[in-house]
Design a protein around this ligand. Structure first.
Ligand SMILES: [Zn+2]
Length: 427
């Protein structure tokens, strides 16, 4: 395939140049019998690559009903085979009329700690009551059939692609069976680099599934700032709470396994003390990844160059209120710009569905943080490939042919999206 007459993004600027594609990759030379696509006047960027998001989470959110304003009508009109709703505070008295619907209905309260099940859901999932609590709700995710996950995944896949995201370092292994996960990966048109959430990685098969692959292991070192569970070196203001360090006790065994099998360990660490401990525990096992790294002790900064990072500039602006509960000495807050200037390998990510996944949102917040347009594109495309040694994010020979065609130079409207040399979306 030859893409002709478009302006393509090369080394930080648009230039007019043809693109030759063979077997899903860009190649140096086109062949005469290649299929020619004329994209006169169009602008091409490498596809965006989100270095940390939850694809399935985005899909589940998308197919779940928002019950903030409870209405039977939204429930009755759902086309999903399993109806999941979230956000109610009080249920109407006649809620049991939902027993008449022959599909399972699961309605999760706003707090997330209580859920209501209709008769059909109780039967399907093996519960005996209308209301279930806490761990029972967690169990629901393991009981849901494959269909549910397929539907959620397909919804999310479509959303990411149509916004010009061609690959995601995803984290999806929550509740569903491993076989279901690999089936989703095998058929995914969106290129997924899966970080498997598991403390027993030796029980799973890593490697390629279709154009996707399971390349790493996802672990948590702490929680969130909002929940006051991110692990800090000083207590949260007016409390005695430091947050909590939750890293798996068999961490070193997991790192050994990862090193032997060429896998990347990706650790969620938000608080400064969590990061210190994770860096200590990694020791000389370099090249692994920290996700978030929002609070960094000045004394840890020089150690960062041995690791790679998935960061979210938008969190800095979203967390403004939460940060008022925190006072830390000699700690850098969201120093992503400093990290980048210092040559530390960072890449952008959304952490969707926690935050929006749309590139416009990620980029605008990166600009607000002081990143230039050129650097932001780089950190949201090729940098995401560099941190896992994958050839994505450049319109150059040997790189995967994942790219976005825009109608205009301002990148305001997408004309088409290609992944692995295939057109996967057209406006
Ligand atoms: Zn996340």
């Amino acid at each position: 395939m030859i893409i002709k007459n478009a302006y393509i993004w090369l080394d930080g600027k648009f230039v007019k140049k043809d693109l030759c594609i063979k077997n899903g990759k860009f190649v140096e030379k086109c062949t005469i019998d290649d299929n020619i696509i004329n994209l006169e006047g169009k602008y091409i960027l490498p596809g965006f690559s989100d270095s940390h998001a939850h694809v399935l989470g985005v899909g589940i959110k998308k197919i779940s009903l928002d019950l903030k304003n409870f209405s039977f009508e939204t429930i009755f009109s759902s086309k999903e085979n399993i109806i999941i709703g979230r956000g109610w505070e009080e249920l109407p008295e006649n809620i049991r009329i939902l027993d008449e619907i022959t599909k399972p209905i699961i309605l999760i309260r706003k707090c997330g700690h209580v859920a209501w099940l209709n008769k059909n859901a109780q039967k399907e999932l093996g519960f005996k009551d209308y209301l279930i609590y806490e761990d029972e709700i967690e169990k629901v995710w393991t009981l849901l059939p494959e269909d549910f996950y397929v539907s959620a995944f397909k919804n999310a896949e479509k959303e990411f692609i149509k916004h010009g995201i061609t690959s995601v370092h995803s984290d999806d292994f929550h509740g569903l069976r491993f076989e279901t996960l690999t089936k989703l990966l095998k058929t995914s048109k969106l290129r997924i680099f899966e970080k498997l959430y598991a403390t027993d990685p030796w029980n799973y098969e890593f490697g390629e599934y279709g154009i996707s692959k399971i390349f790493g292991i996802k672990l948590f070192a702490d929680g969130s700032l909002g929940g006051k569970t991110a692990f800090l070196s000083q207590p949260y203001k007016n409390t005695k709470n430091f947050g909590k360090f939750v890293l798996a006790s068999n961490f070193s065994k997991i790192v050994d396994f990862a090193n032997k099998n060429n896998l990347q360990v990706c650790v969620h660490a938000i608080g400064d003390e969590a990061l210190t401990r994770v860096l200590d525990l990694f020791g000389k096992n370099f090249g692994h990844r920290i996700i978030h790294a929002q609070l960094i002790k000045k004394s840890d900064f020089s150690r960062l160059k041995n690791f790679v990072f998935s960061v979210q500039p938008h969190f800095y602006f979203e967390d403004e209120e939460i940060l008022k509960n925190i006072s830390l000495n000699d700690v850098l807050f969201y120093p992503f710009k400093e990290m980048y200037n210092d040559g530390i390998k960072i890449s952008f990510s959304s952490d969707a569905p926690v935050s929006p996944f749309e590139p416009k949102y990620i980029l605008e917040n990166a600009f607000k943080m002081g990143f230039s347009f050129e650097d932001s594109i780089k950190l949201y495309t090729e940098a995401s490939g560099e941190i896992i040694n994958e050839k994505i994010g450049k319109l150059k020979p040997d790189y995967n042919a994942d790219f976005v065609v825009y109608n205009d130079k301002l990148l305001s409207s997408i004309n088409a999206v290609f992944i692995n040399g295939q057109k996967v979306y057209a406006s």
